[in-house]
Design a protein around this ligand. Structure first.
Ligand code: AGP
Length: 608
């Protein structure tokens, strides 16, 4: 999704600061970039280019970039093609704006403005906001009032940042889209962004404004940042949080891709999770949530997060015997679900900004049922909208294809299950569960150390026509997630299927060009092996991921990835999932795709 960064402060290097912020947001996916700034002659400068940030930097070479105030944007095209003209910022002689989201009534606004003589330069919906505010300014309204009156007319979810050349001040406002601002009181700097990650290490304090709050970066006059309601009264409708200045920008380090680094981070994150929730800052939250007593649970999420939701459902039904439905948020929000008192909505998300998941949460909130997030980004919209939250503690996830977040989402759900079961009162149970988490971490460490064997299998199969991932029971969600990983980063067709379902149709696809990655759990061994035999009989290529040292399985398989399941019990599917993460990573590597920023994808889908 689009990236927003704005800076107003004493540094005359604001353009470089904004470009660095945009670079940090590259992982979110984009197809053009631009900046607007007020140069040392108080002139508005605007540069924007289709393509990657490097194209913009090339454009800026040799230009006078001395400026104290600058806004920048990376655009993921929605309305209007990928062209220089459609890139943001959009500007005219008195204003410059950047925009995330969709203006649903843009055509109507454009018609009205064109009837008043306004000429539009781009195909975008965003430009209608630029010209609305400019129209109000030209008619004598002060900037705050012009922004407020214009924003009231905007339909749909949007975040805007406005650069006002007359004073150099920056304004921002949003509805249903991510926006965060931050200050460094020592350096008197103020920044605004669509993602806290862009501000990491620069600001001491973060502010998350609520919908329809105007943010004003004053450049040091009075407060560094001010907040107003649409009626222009001061407001405190924002969440403020101290920012850990030691948070540094995630670097790839020794890894070729962020995705591989994040796969390798998993063992340590797993160990830290029980520490955080059993003995650290998260203990009180988990204990509080343990007092909830849901009669029925609806888990709603998208993509990988929805598959993590399926893993959590297996915990909640298997351990807690709580009836639990997993609903794709994009369906759930329009399904008019039957929600009753005692129901509980749980929303799983890495970014906490996924539009469909936010809409599903809003539906539940309006129905009066309690809502809880299992989320990675502290302070995100989902975090702020839910009644309570369980942070998954995955750290910044740069790779668009989610890996460590999936594991942490599922394991945080396991800790929630323990809380619902009353296990937090029993030290022995907590020690046993911590031990199981530690064993999972250890097994994944060993798997990662031996990942060359998985790379060899990936090299052997990456050119096949299509892939089935099959699994039963708790491994069915892992089959779905494994197939999604491969689709996302290797651009090959893959399907996750319940092993028992293949013979009900899909087996017609099996031939010597199709690979079946069979997830074979010890507890469902016989049934899963018979499914493999059905595929084998039709010349399908078999990759088995199953118990180590099983001769029968080895004899049946073209490729066999042996694993040690003992002691992992309900956590074993998350161990098998790492094999799929590595298979997808290496197959994509052999195919030469852009693993961290796959084509067409965005890290956080903040539009419908
Ligand atoms: C996962 O690899 C994908 N990037 C995508 O399916 C993602 O999980 C989905 O868009 C949900 O995002 P969220 O977790 O930030 O809500």
């Amino acid at each position: 999704m689009c990236g927003i960064v704005g800076y107003f402060g004493p540094s005359q290097n604001s353009v470089e600061i904004v470009l660095e912020g945009l670079k940090r947001l590259e992982y979110r996916g984009y197809d053009s970039a631009g900046v607007s700034f007020i140069d040392e002659h108080n002139e508005l400068q605007n540069y924007k280019k289709a393509g990657k940030l490097d194209n913009l930097k090339e454009e800026l070479k040799g230009k006078n970039l001395i400026a104290r105030t600058c806004i920048g944007h990376t655009r993921w095209a929605t309305h209007g093609g990928v062209t220089d003209e459609n890139a943001h910022p959009h500007h005219n002689d008195i204003l410059s704006i950047i925009h995330n989201g969709i203006i649903e009534n843009a055509n109507e606004l454009k018609k009205e403005l064109m009837s008043q003589g306004v000429k539009f330069k781009s195909e975008t919906d965003s430009e209608s906001f630029l010209e609305l505010v400019s129209f109000e300014l030209r008619n004598g309204k002060p900037i705050l009032e012009a922004i407020s009156d214009s924003f009231r007319r905007i339909h749909g979810n949007s975040a805007f940042v406005v650069l006002y050349p007359k004073t150099g001040e920056i304004f921002a406002i949003k509805r249903g889209a991510p926006l965060v601002c931050g200050i460094n009181e020592i350096t008197s700097e103020a920044l605004v962004s669509s993602d806290p990650y862009a501000l990491a290490g620069i600001v001491h304090k973060l502010y998350f404004p609520e919908d329809e709050v105007i943010v004003h970066l004053s450049g040091g006059n009075k407060n560094l940042v001010n907040f107003y309601e649409l009626d222009l009264t001061k407001t405190t409708r924002y969440l403020s949080k101290k920012q850990d200045m030691t948070v540094t920008v995630s670097e790839k380090g020794e890894y070729e891709h962020f995705m591989l680094k994040e796969i390798h981070e998993q063992p340590e994150l797993i160990r830290n999770l029980t520490q955080y929730y059993f003995a650290g800052e998260g203990r009180e939250t988990l204990e509080r949530i343990g007092h909830f007593s849901p009669k029925r649970i609806y888990i709603s999420a998208c993509g990988t997060a929805a598959y993590a939701g399926l893993v959590v459902r297996d915990f909640l039904e298997g351990i807690n015997r709580i009836p639990t439905n997993v609903e794709l948020a994009s369906e759930f929000r329009y399904r008019n679900p039957i929600l009753s008192e005692g129901d509980f909505g749980i929303f799983v998300s890495q970014s906490g900004e996924t539009a469909d998941t936010l809409a599903a949460q809003s539906l539940c909130k309006k129905s009066g049922i309690k809502t809880l997030s299992i989320v990675n980004v502290d302070g995100s919209t989902l975090f702020r909208e839910c009644d309570d939250n369980l942070l998954i503690r995955a750290g910044v996830e740069i790779g668009v294809a989610s890996t460590k977040a999936f594991t942490q989402q599922a394991l945080t759900g396991r800790l929630m299950s323990a809380a619902f079961a009353g296990d937090l009162k029993d030290e022995n149970k907590k020690v046993a569960l911590s031990g199981k988490f530690a064993l999972l971490a250890e097994r994944i460490d060993k798997l990662l150390a031996a990942s060359d064997s998985i790379k060899t299998v990936a090299e052997a199969i990456y050119n096949y026509k299509g892939f089935f991932y099959t699994g039963r029971g708790a491994y069915f969600p892992i089959a779905l997630e494994g197939a999604l990983k491969l689709k996302e980063i290797a651009y090959v067709h893959a399907e996750g299927y319940a092993s028992g379902e293949l013979k009900h149709g899909p087996i017609a696809l099996i031939d010597e060009e199709m690979v079946n990655i069979a997830l074979v759990a010890p507890d469902l061994f016989e049934k899963t092996v018979s499914n493999i035999q059905e595929i084998k009989a039709r010349k399908g290529v078999i990759v088995s991921v199953g118990p180590r040292g099983n001769q029968e399985l080895q004899a049946l398989s073209d490729y066999y990835i042996p694993l040690d399941f003992d002691g992992l019990e309900e956590l074993a599917p998350l161990y098998v999932n790492v094999v799929n993460q590595l298979l997808a990573y290496y197959m994509a590597k052999f195919k030469g795709t852009d693993i961290d920023k796959p084509r067409n994808l965005a890290k956080s889908v903040t539009v419908e």
